[in-house]
Design a protein around this ligand. Structure first.
Ligand SMILES: [Zn+2]
Length: 232
């Protein structure tokens, strides 16, 4: 029975290692993906701002050319005023000039708003680009470190699995299902019993049962956490 316990202890050691390797082989690729995703999102936000900025600049240019063409038309109308004969025509042209001037005031107001938005977008864009550049470098380093860890874990996995199959060949197939059931459910299958206590769940072990553990003639489970008990 003592050999059983020793083999199970070895099995648990290698199982814990395999679990750690497997966990790392899931976690690091996920972390790498998250970093890449974050960069892509930031890149998307920069592109969106660049598109916005280009549209704003087009708007500004359109407003400026409307302003210029209106100024041009005011100038021409003013010249035409001198040549006008009737009072009615004169008034109509005056009104047209006044309306165009008012329109230009509105265009100027809108231009100021657009220019302010351009400035704000440019400054936000500069900040985002700077932030992106420093993150890009930082993430590249983090990704390289994580890729190295993945490589190391992959290298360790095969020997650990080989070791496990060697240990398995020494284990009585009758005790294996019990071990596997407890390991799966509790994260560990074995617990050290010391001073009539289970060191895993800290529960007292009844004296008679504790004696059985000490005798090592059969596998004894902790009455509370169900782990297989062993003694030093
Ligand atoms: Zn216990």
């Amino acid at each position: 029975m003592q050999e059983h316990i020793e083999s199970l202890q070895k099995l648990q050691t290698v199982d814990l290692r395999i679990r750690e390797l497997t966990e790392g082989l899931t976690r690091y690729p996920n972390e790498i993906n998250n970093l890449k995703k974050d960069l892509l999102e930031k890149e998307g936000s920069i592109k969106l701002k660049e598109t916005n900025l280009a549209e704003l600049k087009t708007q500004r240019d359109d407003l400026e050319s409307s302003l210029l063409s209106n100024q041009e038309s005011i100038k021409k109308s003013e010249e035409r005023l001198f040549a006008i004969k009737t009072h009615k025509e004169y008034e109509a042209l005056q009104k047209e000039i006044t309306d165009t001037r008012r329109e230009n005031l509105e265009i100027e107001d809108r231009t100021i708003l657009v220019m302010t938005e351009i400035e704000e977008t440019e400054s936000a864009l500069a900040e985002e680009k700077e932030n992106y550049a420093s993150l890009e470098g930082q993430y590249a380093q983090e990704i390289a470190e994580k890729e190295k860890k993945i490589e190391e874990l992959e290298i360790s996995r095969k020997p650990a699995e080989k070791e496990k199959s060697e240990i398995l060949s020494t284990i009585d197939p009758k005790v294996l299902p019990l071990y596997e059931k407890i390991f799966k459910r509790n994260g560990r299958a074995l617990a050290l019993a010391e001073n009539e206590k289970c060191t895993s769940c800290n529960m007292n072990i009844p004296p008679q049962l504790y004696n059985e553990v000490l005798k090592r003639t059969k596998l004894i489970q902790c009455p509370n956490c169900k782990k297989i008990l062993y003694t030093k």
